[in-house]
Design a binder for this molecule. Sequence first.
Ligand SMILES: Cc1cc2nc3c(=O)[nH]c(=O)nc-3n(C[C@H](O)[C@H](O)[C@H](O)COP(=O)(O)OP(=O)(O)OC[C@H]3O[C@@H](n4cnc5c(N)ncnc54)[C@H](O)[C@@H]3O)c2cc1C
Length: 377
Amino acid sequence: MPTRRTKRGVARKPLSGDADVLVCGGSFAGLAVARELRGSGARVLVLDRYEIGERQTSACGIPTEWLRVMGLMGSHRQTFDRLVVHTPHGTVALRLPWTFSTFDYPELCRLLWEQCDAGFETAKVDGRTGDTVHTDRGDVAASLVVDALGWRRVLGGGYQPPDAPLSRGLEVHPWGVGDEMEIWIDRRYVPAGYGWSFPAREELRIGVGSFDPRFHVKDTTVLLAGDLQRDPVRYQGNWIPHQLRPAAEDGIFFVGDSAGHCLPLTAEGIRTALYFGIACGRELRAVGEGRRTIAEALTRYGDFSAAHESKFSSMLRAQRLVPRVPPRLLAASLRGMQARRFVDWSFGHYLAIAPPEFAASGPAPGRAGGPSLARAA
Ligand SMILES: Cc1cc2nc3c(=O)[nH]c(=O)nc-3n(C[C@H](O)[C@H](O)[C@H](O)COP(=O)(O)OP(=O)(O)OC[C@H]3O[C@@H](n4cnc5c(N)ncnc54)[C@H](O)[C@@H]3O)c2cc1C
């Protein structure tokens, strides 16, 4: 079980005052925004109900290059150059044109936080009135407010499962080692979705994700772990949005799962949370440097996110199609997809949805002394 380090009792003093930028949510998306504001001179405050890195929110798999360009290789656990796909009618191994890695969540968050110069407070965000955000410790005001709070989109119109475009995922983390990144497209585990096993050095992350929010994945997560002769221990799970939502709305910047930035079909949402977090951070920085008004930054960031709509929509179409393909035909199609040229082409396009070069192209974290956001807001 994760240890609770979040401030309690007397340590939880009332929170009040203001910030130039208030980043609600201190996981992938929120930390990427704050990182991009380092050295801007802005008073950036990050809020999360838990300490940074305290609650793992995923299997922590990401294209390796994203770890490298962000200076996060210290959290790296294991690298894979192929994806092994199991179906009831056969197994194929797709040799990837780029590698995928697992990482350690607390360590990655620690490294990201080291690259920020923001303040942090543990507080549960309950909602907002205008530019005042209400928390369980009091109110904080800011002219620039970011919702990186995950699928609930607390500062916008929230989703109510199961009547929402949400997938659900659950995994267990038994100790053990493995060499392959594996997925199972098998109706024994889930009618629409897939099971996975991601080794991360001394532990395995074994889980099941369902595109249908009504399908309960607990029993089949246990089944998959059992089939792999692993103990179903150390659970973690969550809802996963699979539809893009407006990333700028009513004066708020939404990033990561709160904007539906997790990719449909694969449920890969870490790289995209970092990618859109960087894009958002760059817009906020431009406001501070007097290059844009807040309204312009909201429009530009919202448009940037919306420009990805066709890619997200085609992934969503594939998410709806794959479960309808008869299993034998699916197995045959996967065998056909093993062709090197096809894998390079399809995985190349997939990586290009949120390419690592995007992170490398911006201002280096650690750039000192930008102008203050307070002056421009
Ligand atoms: C089982 C599972 C496995 C997954 N595996 C992968 C994977 O291997 N690779 C991948 O790319 N994606 C994976 N995903 C998807 C990925 O986890 C998400 O897309 C990603 O975490 C989104 O990042 P985020 O920062 O937007 O949101 P989150 O990571 O959900 O972070 C939201 C933050 O906001 C905080 N918060 C929430 N509500 C409040 C509140 N009211 N007040 C204060 N703080 C609050 C939370 O504590 C958290 O720190 C997986 C998802 C699941 C469920």
